[in-house]
Design a protein around this ligand. Structure first.
Ligand code: PHE
Length: 351
């Protein structure tokens, strides 16, 4: 290998060894720079006799062209490598599933509430709404629950640190019954003209679904839970109607004709007589077991009077049931708390 060939070889090796564009430029300077080896050789040409100059010059230029070629190739290789690295770092896997907008769905208890409203709606019941923060009158007194009743204990209820107009503290309603009182009072006011001339007013037929609160927490009790109460008041409404309404409702709700209903004597301050309502399925895992699903009774004369009606003329029944419980039974859920923990893995199963 002559001197020029070995120079080309060493330049090519130096360029290959350059790992970065900066290294490559340094290597280039050693050959093609002002004081580089190729430049030195070209300068030295001047000292040669004219006849040698041409041949030698051509040889050096050929070597220079080779070195420049090696340089360009290495530059390209480094640029390619950099691009490759960048592409890898910013790589996009188009086969990954996209980030979709989440789909929404109804909470299982909301589904139950909608179902309850639809079924009772088909039987001519209106749906009442009312405040979750109540006063003493609507939550207790109007419902024939006197001041010394144990349901008023601080331990049973959440009180708000603020008094209502009558001086008693506001509280989180312990049942949805106060909505019924509000609804009944409004209804009676609307039909005052008829009542004053001794004519019958249209019947009160309403359900009141919503959130309720009590100091209670375990697998079957939550401090916040749902109730749906119903009220039917007229001149000739009896327990027989209550039984028919419940029968229709539960058979439709659970989509089965094989369902038994029984009334068990009980006590509520706002109804007299009162009964717990149990149902038993005719098939399925709970077949034949009596399950308590509602409280009910004939509305107490004191409560009818508080609606602004004459208890000698108007009579009817009220009931209250737990939509959370109904949801558990319908879907086979065993822990009530799951409904209120907000875990999407649980909740999305219902949609
Ligand atoms: N409000 C009652 C409760 O929360 C339920 C009920 C309503 C019972 C109407 C009888 C009649 O316990």
């Amino acid at each position: 290998m002559n001197e020029l060939e070995s120079m080309v070889a060493s330049a090519t090796a130096d360029f290959s060894a350059a790992a970065t564009p900066a290294d490559l430029e340094n290597a280039k300077a050693r050959y093609l720079g002002k004081a580089g080896r190729v430049t030195e050789l070209l300068k030295a040409l001047g000292a040669l006799p004219v006849e040698e100059k041409k041949a030698r010059g051509a040889e050096i230029n050929a070597a220079k062209t080779q070195i420049e070629g090696a340089l360009t190739a290495r530059r390209q290789a480094l640029a390619d490598a950099e691009l490759q690295q960048q592409l890898q770092a910013e790589s996009l896997d188009v086969t990954l599933p996209g980030r979709r907008r989440g789909t929404s769905g109804l909470h299982p208890v909301s589904r139950t509430l909608e179902r309850i409203e639809a079924i009772f709606g088909s039987m001519g019941f209106e749906v009442a709404d009312g405040p979750e923060i109540e006063n003493d009158w609507f939550n207790f007194t109007a419902l024939n629950t006197p001041a010394d009743h144990p349901a008023r204990s601080m331990h049973d209820t959440f009180y708000v640190d603020m008094n209502s107009a009558d001086g008693s503290p506001y509280l989180l309603r312990t049942h949805t019954s106060p909505m019924q009182v509000r609804h009944a009072v409004q209804h009676v006011k609307r039909h005052q003209a008829l009542l004053q001339v001794g004519k019958a007013m249209p019947e009160i037929r309403v359900i009141a679904p919503g959130r309720t609160y009590r100091v209670d927490s375990d697998a079957t009790h939550s401090p916040m839970f749902h109730q749906c109460e119903g009220l039917w008041i007229g001149e000739n409404v009896s327990f027989k109607d209550l039984k028919a309404v419940f029968g229709d409702f539960f058979r439709t709700f659970f989509e089965t004709e094989e369902l038994q209903i029984r009334f068990r004597p009980s006590f509520f301050p706002f109804t007299e007589p009162s009964a717990e309502v149990d149902i038993a399925f005719g098939s399925g895992p709970l077949k034949g077991r009596w399950l308590e699903v509602a409280g009910s009774g004939q509305v107490h004369p004191n409560v009818v009077r508080n609606f602004g009606l004459d208890p000698e003329r108007y009579i009817g029944f009220a009931f209250g049931m737990g939509p959370d419980r109904l949801t558990m039974l319908r879907y086979g859920v065993d822990d009530l708390r799951q409904f209120f923990e907000g875990d999407l893995r649980f909740l999305s199963q219902f949609n």
